[in-house]
Design a binder for this molecule. Structure first.
Ligand code: SF4
Length: 190
């Protein structure tokens, strides 16, 4: 399903996302400290709470409710990450991180020396299109802080256990910095 940049914006302004508009606060469904399945190396994973996309057979339906999970201070999460010198990077997962683009952008901005990977149900093309619009500041801010984006909705028909760090074969690993420079999605091998 292809959706418009306007729809991306509407979803990203979804009701629950407003809870995370409070500066310094993010709504999470959970944190994982030493993951080896959410990107290259050992990673700290921040699972956002709230997703408007509701892909059929989503593995994490408990993360859809914008009022579920818990609100956390971004400073507390940064402190946990900075206390672990063995991490190879940080991964944002969902829920849908771009539904809380302001909060995730703030978190990423406070981790300038960490490799940031992000999962999104939106494609890079949808997010990039939105980021170029007048209302796209929050999407642009988060995109610009990400190194690798694994994009696209989970498609249960194309479900796979073989594609590294992806749930279905339609999903792509995108080199975000290169893609922003060229204005189109550029894939990367993980
Ligand atoms: S985008 Fe992710 S969290 Fe949202 S419904 Fe799809 S698979 Fe589930």
């Amino acid at each position: 399903m292809q959706i418009s940049a306007k729809q991306v914006g509407s979803a990203c302004r979804a009701e629950g996302a407003s809870a995370a508009r409070t500066p310094g606060v993010i709504r999470v469904s959970g944190l994982t400290k030493n993951s080896i399945v959410d990107g290259p190396g050992i990673r700290f994973v921040v699972f956002g709470q709230g997703c408007p996309l509701k892909c059929p057979d989503c593995h994490n339906p408990s993360t859809h409710d914008f009022f579920g999970g818990e609100l956390m201070d971004i400073s507390d999460i940064v402190a946990q990450i900075e206390s672990d010198p063995l991490l190879d990077g940080v991964t944002f997962s969902g829920g849908e991180p771009f539904a809380q683009a302001v909060a995730f952008a703030e978190l990423a901005a406070r981790l300038p020396h960490h490799h940031i990977m992000c999962y999104s149900g939106y494609t890079f093309d949808e997010l990039y299109s939105r980021s170029q619009s007048k209302q796209g500041d929050d999407i642009r801010a988060l995109l610009s802080r990400i190194d690798v984006l694994v994009d696209g909705r989970f498609d249960s028909v194309r479900k796979t256990y073989d594609a590294k760090f992806k749930g279905s074969t339609n999903q792509r690993a995108i080199d975000v910095k290169e893609s922003l420079q060229h204005g189109k999605a550029i894939e990367i091998s993980l």
